[in-house]
Write a protein of this length. Structure first.
Length: 284
């Protein structure tokens, strides 16, 4: 593990809850100068009390993105580790996802992390060190019905990382993706609210009810493969500080073995099995 003095400060997005909150605590406990950020920094009192520096950062807001990075660079010259964690799941059948909702999903999950990466790179290049850790998902390796918008955004995060990593490697900068399976956080509540409500006349009405119930079951604490935010934060810390990090850390059973099963199984079989798993879920 590299020491905080070898790496410089960490900036983490989306620290108001879940994985971001736990990651800020993990970096701080490991001795890093830690900048915990959130859209509403009033939610970060506990992290301030734990010794983190607090910044307001909506990852979709260019002025806020620039201000947050400049604040760290003014103090430390460059950011050592950027953890692109902020994100949410836009769910619902593809036919009913409005382009505005699709754009919002990409503004947060893709363009937010892409732009922050672009903004931290010049100072990282000047200092000849730096690491970008993207909190991606197994959803960026395997797509499934009901989650098209979210999967598309995380597939994009994966594609960008494979391009960026070798581009910045000559400057001493690394890009590492963390791909967790299900985690019990506020993610579930946000996901359930995101499913478009288009009334009982929607041809997808029953499908959406069952999808909501299926996702509720899938993300329940204690359900198969569901992890805590702290478990994932420990891997993010490792991804950020390992001397020779892997390019990807798949976290938990579902993330480690799901993509393998997906590659081996024919598309139509996957379609059948995943459709059945929703059909067999009783709506609440
Ligand atoms: P969470 O508890 O809902 O946390 C999401 C965080 O992202 C919150 O702090 C939220 O802030 C923030 N956020 C959302 N939009 C933002 C924006 N525009 N600007 C800044 N912050 C924003 O969910 P989580 O599970 O910790 O999710 C963290 C990451 O893990 C996400 O990228 C997610 O895709 C990924 N992930 C989650 C799971 C899972 O099953 N939970 C699995 C794999 C990957 P507000 O309080 O302001 O909304």
């Amino acid at each position: 593990m590299l020491k905080p003095s070898d790496m410089g400060p960490a900036l983490i997005t989306g620290c108001s809850s879940g994985v971001g909150y736990a990651t800020a605590l993990a970096f701080r406990a490991a001795g890093f100068e830690t900048f915990a950020t959130a859209r509403n920094s009033a939610q970060l009192g506990d992290l301030r009390a734990a010794g983190c520096q607090i910044l307001t950062l909506d990852v979709t807001d260019e002025a806020a993105r620039r201000a947050a990075i400049e604040a760290v660079e003014r103090q430390f010259g460059s950011i050592g580790i950027l953890v692109n964690n902020a994100g949410y799941g836009q769910y619902g059948p593809v036919e009913e996802i409005s382009l505005d909702d699709m754009r919002r999903q990409f503004e947060t999950n893709v363009f937010g992390s892409l732009r922050l990466s672009q903004l931290v790179l010049p100072a990282m290049r000047r200092t000849g060190r730096g690491r970008i850790v993207n909190v991606s998902s197994v959803a960026g390796r395997v797509s499934a019905l009901g989650g098209g918008a979210y999967h598309a955004s995380k597939f994009a995060v994966e594609a960008l990382a494979d391009a960026l990593r070798p581009e910045v490697e000559p400057f001493g900068i690394d890009v590492v993706n963390v791909l967790p399976g299900p985690i019990s956080t506020r993610f579930e509540a946000v996901l359930l609210k995101s499913i478009p409500d288009t009334g009982v006349q929607s041809p997808y009405f029953l499908f959406k009810e069952r999808l909501a119930h299926r996702m509720h079951e899938f993300l329940q604490p204690g359900a198969f493969g569901v992890m805590t935010a702290e478990t994932v934060a420990a891997i993010i810390l490792k991804a950020g500080t390992a001397k020779r990090p892997r390019t990807r850390y798949s976290v938990g059973f579902i993330a480690r073995f799901g993509p393998l099963g997906r590659v081996l199984a024919p598309d139509r079989i996957v379609d059948f099995v995943t459709r059945r798993s929703i059909q067999n879920t009783r709506s609440k």
